[in-house]
Write a protein that binds this ligand. Structure first.
Ligand code: IMP
Length: 425
């Protein structure tokens, strides 16, 4: 397999876990490059259901090397829990899972600050973060006050954490939130660090050695383009770069190591948390999508906001990420729709927009311009061959590709591994 970078092209929750799982069978190494345990990648294999937050989805295939890259922020306690759960379910991680010594640690004070800051915001300003400490941990990284995974077993860790905590407790007090006890924080981090120690290594060297040895690498993006700190609907975004540009800085592999980009899009659109969402459906149609698509957060359980497919977003994502092919997921969720709408452009103050405007106040006022397509009103979820799909379903998929200017690579019509069609990857 050519080295493939898989990115979310909407607001996350595109079904990346399933597509990564599908592609993992052909990869030697699967690497996560950004985000943290805000992600929740769901994979269903027969009756088994796995939700992975930090560990790359490739772990479910025996023998694959899995890397948590330097671009992540890792909650050590959450990672320990995830590894233990995998081990209890018979999945071996020893010698296969590697954690970057350059990745940053999410310390309990990051989570406390994340929650305290959100609580202070007005309803309209709330980002609706996952409260996993992501923003504060990335802020410390940029502020040069972070703690890296490689430092967790340093003898002066307790001194560093005590100093940091004094400052963080001042901030928590200012926000009216309870302060944290240094001894408890240090104990939690040290305990997790002891467990994780054998996994922590120089993944930059490991990945580059694998690349030089012509091993195939699958880059597993988390979140989505519209949540990107630079290209998303700022400030209603996450604090990392889920877009393809993030893959190099988050792994230490050079740009030419990425040989193709696969963008994952759902046959409709969802978003969790606050912020503009031009095609949002606040009616029974949206409710139907939520129910049929089981649109509840894999990490937080929150109901996701649902809406029609937004081709403006898809085109923008294709441009920003250099998408070669789409992996379109959850087509079956549209099975019962008589008519399906696709947003082909926005209108605001009499002006037409064919790409996503940077201004949040414009985007908030943008009205979608829709094109309608006939539904197929037939179940597709049991279908195992692309050719057997109803003609109208294939026409809808083709329309999504045409309006966004990207050919189809993979199509999925149910959460199961078996109902994934490989078209051109
Ligand atoms: P944070 O990443 O927890 O700081 O949350 C920032 C925004 O990104 C919020 O709107 C979250 O709901 C959203 N977000 C973060 N991770 C995911 C994800 O994996 N899927 C969908 N939305 C996410």
């Amino acid at each position: 397999m050519r080295n493939t970078l898989l990115i979310g092209a909407q607001w996350g929750d595109e079904g990346k876990g399933k597509v990564v799982d599908f592609l993992s069978q052909d990869a030697d190494v699967v690497v996560r490059y950004q985000g943290g345990s805000n992600a929740g990648h769901t994979i269903e294999i027969g009756a088994e259901r796995y939700v992975l937050h930090l560990v790359p989805s490739g772990i479910l295939y025996p023998g694959k090397t899995c890397v948590i890259g330097n671009g992540l922020v890792i909650d050590p306690a959450a990672l320990v829990k995830e590894i233990k759960e995998l081990n209890e379910r018979g999945i071996n991680t020893t010698g296969r899972l590697h954690i970057s010594d350059r990745a940053h640690a999410v310390i309990p004070y990051h989570k406390a600050l994340d929650a305290a800051r959100e609580n202070k915001l007005t309803a309209a300003a709330k980002i609706g973060t996952t409260q996993r400490g992501i923003g504060p941990a990335y802020a410390d990284k940029v502020n040069r006050t972070g703690v890296r995974m490689g430092d967790l077993t340093d003898s002066n860790l307790a001194v560093t954490l005590t100093a940091r905590l004094a400052e963080k407790n001042e901030q928590l007090a200012l926000l009216g939130a309870p302060t944290l006890d240094a001894a408890a924080v240090i104990a939690e981090v040290q305990q997790a660090a002891e467990f994780l120690k054998p996994y922590i290594t120089d993944t930059v060297k490991l990945l580059n050695d694998a690349y030089k040895a012509k091993k195939s690498v699958l880059f597993e993006g988390a979140q989505g383009t519209m949540l990107d700190i630079d290209f998303g609907t700022y400030p209603f975004v996450t604090s990392s770069n889920p877009t393809s540009g993030g893959a190099c800085v988050g792994t230490g592999l050079p740009p030419h190591a990425v040989e193709r980009v696969l963008g994952v899009i759902k046959a409709y659109t969802t978003r969790v948390g606050g912020g503009p969402f031009p095609t949002e459906l606040l009616d029974d149609v949206g409710e139907g999508l939520r129910k049929r698509g089981r649109e509840f957060g894999a990490t937080t359980g929150r109901p996701r906001r649902c809406g029609w497919f937004d081709a403006v977003v898809a085109r923008y994502s294709a441009m920003v990420n250099g998408v070669d092919h789409w992996a379109i997921t959850k087509l079956d969720v549209m099975d019962e729709m008589e008519t399906i709408k696709v947003c082909v452009a926005y209108e605001c103050d009499g002006k037409r927009y064919d790409t996503v405007p940077a201004s949040i106040s414009i985007l908030e006022r943008c009205k979608p311009v829709y094109k309608e397509y006939p539904g197929w009103m037939t179940p597709t979820s049991g279908i195992t061959r692309y050719e057997d799909l109803p003609a109208k379903a294939k026409a809808y998929v083709q329309a999504l590709c045409d309006v966004s200017g990207v050919p189809l690579g993979v199509l999925s019509v149910s959460p199961q591994r078996s109902s994934t069609f490989r078209i051109a990857v």
